[in-house]
Design a binder for this molecule. Structure first.
Ligand code: SF4
Length: 271
């Protein structure tokens, strides 16, 4: 063995012997790495499940949904509807605001299309959303009693809400939802032409009068809605929660009846 620069170097014989060892080890490794024939993997055969019913989506003509120039019924301006029935039909599939996607039923309104008195609430609740009619359920039953107490039936008057679709969980309507929906109510009022309006609850009064005053301050007086007298009072659902508001509501609806009678007399005298 040689020693160079302080390091021991292997002799030539040693190097040759080492090289042979390395070469024979490499051959052994290459042989062991050769693919070992193995049993072919068992083929997994899925048991075909019983064929289920084939659900065929109903044919839908979406061809003009993406046509910016196509007119959809709910895009027509409410004032283009010539009757309550036409207005209803034009908006029954309305999607002008997100509530159109979460409602069960479109709640347009109910009652006499030539009513002298029109009641306006806030928005459909759970029962109204399921039945497609405003003021049903307990609050609706109480409204029926209030009407009866001043000599009206549900069929004599017209009842609607500012919003035609239920806000999920009865949350407060968003300003954008009101802006989208209010034109429908305005057209309902134009078509019915009631002698007098009565709003039920703070929300309806504030929205129609365009003020931010509480219902306790607004009630007890006759306001003006584009030339139509408007009497604000409590919502029947609020009376169920707070019976103390029944007396002021009674006073409001008596005032409503007196004013209605006066207006009716005046209108028949002038015709
Ligand atoms: S709430 Fe009014 S505007 Fe919104 S989807 Fe219903 S009908 Fe249309």
């Amino acid at each position: 063995m040689l020693i160079r620069e302080g390091k021991r170097l292997p002799s030539e014989e040693t190097v040759i012997a080492l090289r042979r060892e390395v070469e024979s080890a490499a051959v052994a490794r290459s042989q062991s790495a050769a693919p070992t024939p193995v049993e072919p993997a068992a083929r997994v055969t899925a048991t075909p499940s019983a064929p289920g019913p084939i659900v065929v989506a109903p044919a839908r003509d979406d061809s003009d949904l993406f046509d910016a120039n196509a007119e959809h019924p709910w895009q027509r301006h409410p004032s283009s509807s010539g009757s309550l029935g036409e207005l209803h039909d034009n908006y029954a599939a309305c999607r002008r605001c997100p509530l159109g996607d979460t409602r069960t039923e479109f709640v347009f309104g109910v009652g006499n299309p030539n009513a002298g008195v029109m009641f306006v609430g806030e928005a459909p609740g759970r029962d109204e959303d399921l039945q497609g009619e405003p003021f049903v359920g307990r609050a609706g039953q109480l409204l029926n009693k209030i009407l009866e107490a001043i000599g009206f039936t549900r069929e004599d008057v017209y009842i609607a809400n500012i919003l035609k679709c239920r806000p999920p969980g009865n949350r407060n309507p968003e300003p954008s939802e009101i802006a989208s929906c209010e034109p429908i109510l305005r057209r309902q009022i134009e078509l019915i032409r009631p002698l007098i309006l009565c709003t039920l609850g703070a929300f309806a009064a504030k929205t129609m009068l365009g003020v931010n005053t509480g219902i306790t301050k607004l009630r007890g007086q006759i306001h003006d809605y584009h030339g139509i007298p408007l009497v604000p009072t409590f919502h029947p659902a609020a009376l169920l929660r707070n019976p103390n508001w029944k007396r002021p509501t009674w006073e409001d609806v008596q005032m409503l009846r007196r004013e209605y009678d006066r207006l009716r007399e005046a209108s028949s005298a002038s015709s």
